[in-house]
Design a protein around this ligand. Structure first.
Ligand code: NAP
Length: 329
């Protein structure tokens, strides 16, 4: 198969390239050459999708499938949809579960109500418009490619090379050991998908339409995940479960400071109950959570300098634990 990846040098795009190369596909990538690196074996083209002439490197090319990892720019997606029309067989766009309008009721299926698409003049750099801009990108892909399009809506994507450091925080924290803050309730469900499982399925599937892509297999709770991080890291971490109310009162930011922590608030009740039934029926499969944790830890240890934006600093965690103890005493 001849595959074009728009992006391809960072996390998911990189994993898509690696999965396709491993199958023997002929892979071309297009990015600015500024971030990350494209796996060896792909033909790496350079272009800035925001520039009027940003797609000239693709001129004359034809591909069976394009995978577009564009984050939230309808300008970029609109241009590539127009430029590639008639030159690629299928257009796969990586969207997000953030397009759903509400998580107050669930489970979330592909026909659950979505946000309104961003307007023409919307600020494409505004993180607060992520869901609306993603919706607009989805609409452009569907309008351009119809039944020859697949819109993939992942939940949290995790694993080696994750630049966000969200899941990696828990993996690293479990390995560091000592008293470790565990947020909320141990029985709460968590959802995340290993980047390699997602990439392998994206490359393999010939599906069309709109498909959620979340994992892992079965129901996994926060308690099970943190216990696995502690066991795999062999740091002997002692979990200290701290209530939503206390953490919120201390100004701890859900998901950013405590990745995967969704406090018990009605509007997010089903955030971790997105259905992947459709994707599973079309071949999405999951590796064991323990393997994702072990591989992420190995990668993290080999890349200590990678930006760790998310999670609590050791100082902040120690301070919160001291306050928690004082409160109980
Ligand atoms: N991570 C998650 O948990 C999660 C969850 C749901 C959905 N998603 C979606 O999954 C996708 C993630 O993609 P990713 O992991 O590959 O990371 P990414 O950070 O979206 O990758 C961006 C890629 O696009 C290239 N790029 C950026 N601006 C460009 C421009 N103006 N022109 C040409 N190329 C440009 C970058 O390379 P250069 O900088 O070198 O150009 C890089 O290769 C995104 O669409 C995201 O919204 C992620």
């Amino acid at each position: 198969m001849r595959l074009l990846v728009l992006g391809g040098s960072v996390f998911l795009g990189r994993a898509v390239v690696a999965a396709a190369l491993a199958r023997g596909d002929e892979v071309t990538t297009l990015n600015r050459g500024l971030t990350g690196s494209v796996p060896a074996g792909a033909r790496a083209l350079i272009g800035d999708r925001m520039a009027d002439d940003g797609l000239v490197a693709l001129a004359g090319g034809e591909w069976d499938v394009v995978v577009d990892t564009c984050q939230q720019s309808p300008t970029q997606v609109g241009r590539s949809v127009a430029a590639l029309h008639g030159r690629v067989g299928r257009y796969v766009y990586v969207s997000s579960v953030s397009v759903y309008a509400s998580f107050a009721e669930g489970p979330i299926h592909e026909d659950t109500v979505v946000l309104t698409s961003a307007d023409d003049g919307a600020d494409e750099a505004d993180p607060a418009l992520y869901g609306e801009l993603k919706m607009r990108c989805e609409d452009l892909v569907r309008a351009g490619f119809g039944n020859a399009s697949l819109v993939v809506r992942p939940g949290l994507v995790v694993g080696p090379w994750d630049p966000s450091g969200r899941f990696t925080y828990w993996v690293d924290r479990g390995a560091r050991g000592g008293r470790m803050i565990a947020p909320g309730l141990p029985g709460r469900r968590v959802e995340f998908i290993d980047v390699r499982d997602l990439a392998a399925w994206i490359v393999r599937t010939d599906g069309e339409g709109t498909v959620n892509a979340v994992g892992p297999a079965g129901v996994v709770t926060m308690g099970e995940l943190l216990a696995t991080c502690s066991e795999v890291g062999a740091g002997g971490a002692a979990l200290e479960w701290i209530s939503d109310a206390f953490l919120l009162d201390q100004g701890v930011v859900p998901y950013a400071e405590m990745p995967l922590w969704i406090p018990d608030e009605p509007e997010y009740r089903y955030f971790s109950e997105v259905s992947a039934e459709r994707a599973i029926a079309s071949g999405l499969s999951f590796r064991p959570v323990r393997e994702t944790v072990a591989d992420t830890l190995a990668w993290s240890r080999a890349h200590p300098a990678v930006d760790r934006r998310n999670g609590l600093s050791p100082e902040r965690e120690a301070d919160l634990l001291a306050r928690w103890d004082a409160r109980e005493g």
